[in-house]
Design a protein around this ligand. Structure first.
Ligand SMILES: C[S@@+](CC[C@H](N)C(=O)[O-])C[C@H]1O[C@@H](n2cnc3c(N)ncnc32)[C@H](O)[C@@H]1O
Length: 228
């Protein structure tokens, strides 16, 4: 199984068990929120009705190096299931990150105007010299390629803070590949796993663009947002 700079198509519950223990420096992931998501145009997210996907955290924990971190977005309304999976795997929550949004993703008793993720520790990771704030800036992607696409600008500061150049960053629920793009642009290796072929193809195209851009970077001085 290619580990370096790959997007693998398949079920992470089948693929993760085949990967080597303690090979991953940081996990940044955005699993199904377990809310039966459906956007205005009717798009859904696979397994968003299946709490069984959270079993992936057992292997995520095994794959991480000792004293390292996992950043996991989650759905607040399924927090019990997420906590059971995280704690059952061995993780210790060490922080919570909130992204205020200037628009509401949904509206019921409240307007849902933030995203959220937990910072989860395996062992005792070192404290960063310059920790990032636990309230971060949000950018809306427009969700053109994927119904719940995260912006690279949202993920990059976390990857820079919680991993080192050359580390392998894993996203087992990779979607359009944003975490892998953020890792590549930060000088990290990446491994993404995604169930849906169309998102894998999109992610691979984006990452090919990043790779071309990084190759040219020394001459041109930077990757344009349009490219990635
Ligand atoms: C919340 S979305 C991730 C979106 C991603 N952060 C992005 O920026 O595009 C979750 C993704 O997990 C994928 N998925 C669901 N179950 C999976 C499984 N068992 N193995 C791999 N991918 C899975 C879905 O197809 C979906 O693309």
């Amino acid at each position: 199984m290619p580990m370096n700079n790959s997007i693998i198509q398949g079920d992470c519950l089948d693929i993760l068990p085949t990967l080597p223990t303690e090979s991953v420096g940081l996990v940044v992931t955005d699993p199904p929120y377990l809310v039966r998501y459906r956007d205005r145009s009717g798009r859904t997210v696979r397994n968003d009705d299946n709490p069984g996907v959270l079993a992936a955290f057992t292997d995520i924990y095994r794959l991480l190096k000792p004293d390292s971190l996992c950043i996991s977005f989650y759905g607040w309304n399924s927090v019990d299931a997420f906590f059971a999976a995280w704690r059952g795997a061995g993780f210790r929550p060490v922080g919570h990150i909130v992204w205020p949004k200037d628009y509401a993703s949904s509206r019921r008793y409240l307007q849902a105007c933030h995203e959220q993720a937990y910072l989860l520790a395996k062992g005792t990771p070192r404290i960063p010299a310059e920790p990032v704030k636990d309230v971060q800036s949000w950018e809306y992607t427009g969700n053109r390629a994927h119904p719940t696409e995260k912006a690279v600008s949202v993920l990059k500061p976390l990857i820079s803070c919680f991993s080192s150049p050359g580390d392998l960053v894993l996203d087992p629920f990779a979607g359009s590949g944003s975490a892998c793009v953020a890792a590549a642009l930060s000088g990290r290796r990446y491994l993404g796993i995604e169930l849906e072929a169309r998102y894998c193809e999109h992610a691979r195209r984006r990452l090919a663009g990043v790779s071309r851009c990084l190759d040219r970077q020394t001459q041109a001085g930077g990757c344009h947002r349009r490219t990635v």
